[in-house]
Each structure stands twice: as structure tokens, then as C-alpha cells.
Design a protein around this ligand. Structure first.
Ligand SMILES: Cc1cc2nc3c(=O)[nH]c(=O)nc-3n(C[C@H](O)[C@H](O)[C@H](O)COP(=O)(O)O)c2cc1C
Length: 371
């Protein structure tokens, strides 16, 4: 064999090996549309119960932990529970955000039930954010007059990048806040208060990124590989973190929890936050009168009602809760922006040119249903 022929064969086999390795690697993001709806094995469990609870579970939650469970009492009679194993002690030590997320779940449940002709009767059970049993719900069949459009529940998603800087139009803002202006505050980016939230979001993210327990907790909820994403169906995936293309491929195939704790990963994250903060129309703050379980649930519901309205106006919402989670920034927030009530949500808002589909994963109903 001459030299040229040898180089040709060797080069060919290297390319073949590279192509095969690539083909065998973790090549694409696992998306919500890739998951099949699993029907429960429970014979008494009706298909529309499964559908209602699946739609409820499309609610947002911090790190997508999905901190709820459903105790099945009898058909159309359930207890909605708080799943302790899904808490985020490092960033949410009082389970405030857990209860807000369960509030969003409850709002979705009520809308989904209404779309199938049921009215919900709720009984509050929890006295603290830590109680396992949160609310009891009974669904009764009614003549549905104004069923909710469930495509809004399916299409809702958190968007984190490519916000436009255009101000929110007055009519859009009115549509978003019309029925509950008392607890929804809009701070345009160009305002002094909006600028303050921009700066403090950076400060809080820096504090949190270098607080090891918080960073470790984040690492524990990142599903790096498709295998893990499919196994757990929760947490943050490359798709939901909007890490696309080659970067996504690198993260899926070569990253693990240890990388998250390294300085360069933390700094890349902070640069991403800097970019995000530079893109927005402004901030929407959701407040409440007190911090009781009932009020937090209602505030989670209020946030979800708003979240379900934004897509039709081409508006994206990105909860950025670090200011509230870091004591040093939380302490001076109210005074600095002149809001007296309890601030429960800080949402970055802005128009999008292209609205991406919903991609974050959810556990099948079967996995969070308890008998
Ligand atoms: C109480 C709460 C706090 C959240 N905090 C943040 C946050 O600080 N940063 C962020 O990027 N997303 C945050 N999110 C959004 C979740 O990460 C998101 O809802 C989850 O990953 C599921 O994705 P989806 O909203 O697209 O369905 C928060 C959501 C809730 C309900």
C-alpha cells in the first residue's frame, strides 16, 4: 500500500468513527411533544380525570420540580398535596414558592375542569406551607356556559431569551391586569424602579450563583441527558433552558452536576442573565396582602391567570425570583420601589418576534397520583 492510499484509508476510518460516535451520541433535546400521554391503570380512574390532572400539571413551578401530588379519594374527589421530596430548601426555605406553584396547579385544574363541564368545590386543608394536605376538591358536572380554551394551558411556557425592548402597549397591559389591578404592578424598564429591579436582579443572581447550596440544588434539578430527562420528566432540560444547537449537544453529552459548580459555568450563567436583563419591556410584580397559605394559593392562581393570557398578545414572561430568594436583596426591595404589600413574583416581560412552542417536561399523572 502506498502512502497516499494509507492516509486515505486511515482518514476515512477516522471520519467513519466520528460520524458513528456522533450518531450514537445524545443528539436532540427531549421535548414535551415527544412524550406520550400515559393512561392510568386504575380502573375507577376516568379518562377525563386523567386529562384534567394532566392539564393541571402543565403549571409552572420553580426548577420545574412539580411539587404536587393528588390523593384519590373517589371519582372526581381528590386531595391536592404538597410533595416534600420536591422542595427547594436552598432557595425557598419557607416553601413560599412551593405553595405559589401549587396555586398555579389549582388554577389550571379549575380551568381544565370547566372545559370539560365541571365546576370545582374547594376546601382549604393546610394551615402552614409545610402541611401535606393542601386542598380538597370535588368536581360536579354542570351545563358549561363559558368553557376555558385548553390550548392556552398547553401552549403556555416560560420564555427566557430574545425579548424585544418595546414598551408594553397600554391596551395589552390593561387586558393583562384588567380584573385585578390591585395586586399587579408594572414597572417599565425605563422607569427608575424598573432600572432598580434590573440592577438588583444581577446582584441577587451573583449572590445566589456563588452560594454553593443554591448552586448544588440547581445542579440536582438539571436533567443533562435525554436519558435522565426521560427517566424523571421534571427539572430543567437543555430545551427548557434554551440551550440549542451545538451548545446543547455539548451539555447533553459532556456535562454533569460537577460542571455546574465550576467557576466558568457560574460565569456563563451570569452572562446569560445579564443578556436577559438587557432585553425587556419591563417588570410585572405580583403582590399580596399577607403570607397565609390561602393568600399564597390565591396569588399563585393570579399569576397563572395572567400567564395564560400573555401568549395571545405575543408577550413573554420570565419569572426571575432571585431578588426575593436572597435576603440581602429582598430586605431593601419594598422600600426602594415604594411598594408596601408583600411581593410574591417578579416577572420579566416583553414582546417576542417568534413565540416558541412549550417544551418543558411533566411527569405522567400516574406518577403523582396516590390512592
Ligand atoms: C414560583 C416560581 C419561581 C420561578 N423562578 C424562576 C427563576 O428564578 N428563573 C427562571 O428562569 N424560571 C423560574 N421559574 C419558571 C420555571 O423554571 C418554569 O415554570 C419551569 O421550568 C417549567 O417550565 P414552563 O413554565 O415553560 O412550563 C419559576 C416558576 C415559578 C412557578
Amino acid at each position: 500500500m502506498n502512502r497516499t492510499k494509507f492516509i486515505g484509508i486511515a482518514g476515512g476510518s477516522i471520519i467513519a468513527t466520528l460520524v458513528t460516535s456522533y450518531l450514537l451520541s445524545d443528539r436532540s433535546n427531549l421535548l414535551r411533544k415527544d412524550l406520550k400521554l400515559i393512561n392510568s391503570n386504575n380502573a375507577t380512574f376516568k379518562p377525563d380525570e386523567n386529562e384534567i390532572l394532566h392539564l393541571a400539571s402543565l403549571a409552572p413551578s420553580g426548577h420545574n420540580t412539580q411539587p404536587w401530588f393528588v390523593q384519590y379519594l373517589e371519582p372526581y374527589n381528590w386531595i391536592i398535596g404538597n410533595d416534600k421530596s420536591k422542595w427547594l430548601p436552598a432557595v425557598d426555605p419557607t416553601q413560599r414558592e412551593t405553595i405559589l406553584s401549587i396555586g398555579a396547579f389549582i388554577q389550571n385544574l379549575e380551568y381544565a375542569a370547566s372545559s370539560m363541564g365541571y365546576i370545582c368545590h374547594w376546601t382549604l386543608l393546610a394551615k402552614t406551607n409545610q402541611d401535606e394536605q393542601v386542598v380538597k376538591v370535588k368536581l360536579n358536572k354542570i351545563e358549561s356556559k363559558n368553557p376555558f380554551d385548553i390550548s392556552k394551558i398547553k401552549d403556555r411556557r416560560t420564555v427566557r431569551s430574545n425579548f424585544l425592548n418595546d414598551e408594553l402597549k397600554t391596551e395589552d397591559l390593561q387586558y393583562l391586569t384588567n380584573s385585578e389591578p390591585e395586586f399587579i404592578h408594572y414597572l417599565p424598564t425605563i422607569s427608575k424602579e424598573g432600572q432598580f429591579i434590573n440592577e438588583q436582579t444581577m446582584v441577587a443572581n451573583r449572590l445566589q450563583t456563588y452560594r454553593d447550596p443554591a448552586q448544588q440544588e440547581l445542579a440536582d434539578w438539571i436533567r443533562f441527558s435525554t436519558k435522565d430527562a426521560d427517566k424523571y420528566r421534571d427539572g430543567l432540560t437543555t430545551a427548557s433552558m434554551e440551550i440549542e444547537g451545538f451548545s446543547g449537544w455539548v451539555v447533553r453529552n459532556f456535562y454533569d452536576k460537577e460542571n455546574v459548580m465550576k467557576k466558568d459555568f457560574r460565569e456563563v450563567g451570569l452572562n446569560k442573565v445579564k443578556q436577559q436583563v438587557s432585553e425587556s419591556a419591563g417588570w410585572i410584580l405580583i403582590t399580596s396582602r399577607d403570607n397565609s397559605v390561602a393568600t399564597l394559593l390565591e396569588t399563585g392562581r393570579r399569576m397563572q391567570r395572567l400567564f395564560l393570557k400573555v401568549r395571545e398578545k405575543n408577550i413573554a414572561i420570565h419569572p426571575m425570583t432571585q431578588i426575593l430568594e436572597e435576603p440581602a436583596t429582598n430586605e431593601m426591595l419594598n422600600k426602594s420601589i415604594g411598594i408596601g404589600e408583600n411581593i410574591q413574583f417578579i416577572l420579566r416581560a416583553g414582546y417576542l418576534k417568534n413565540y416558541p412552542p412549550s417544551v418543558s417536561l411533566r411527569r405522567p399523572v400516574e406518577w403523582f397520583l396516590r390512592s
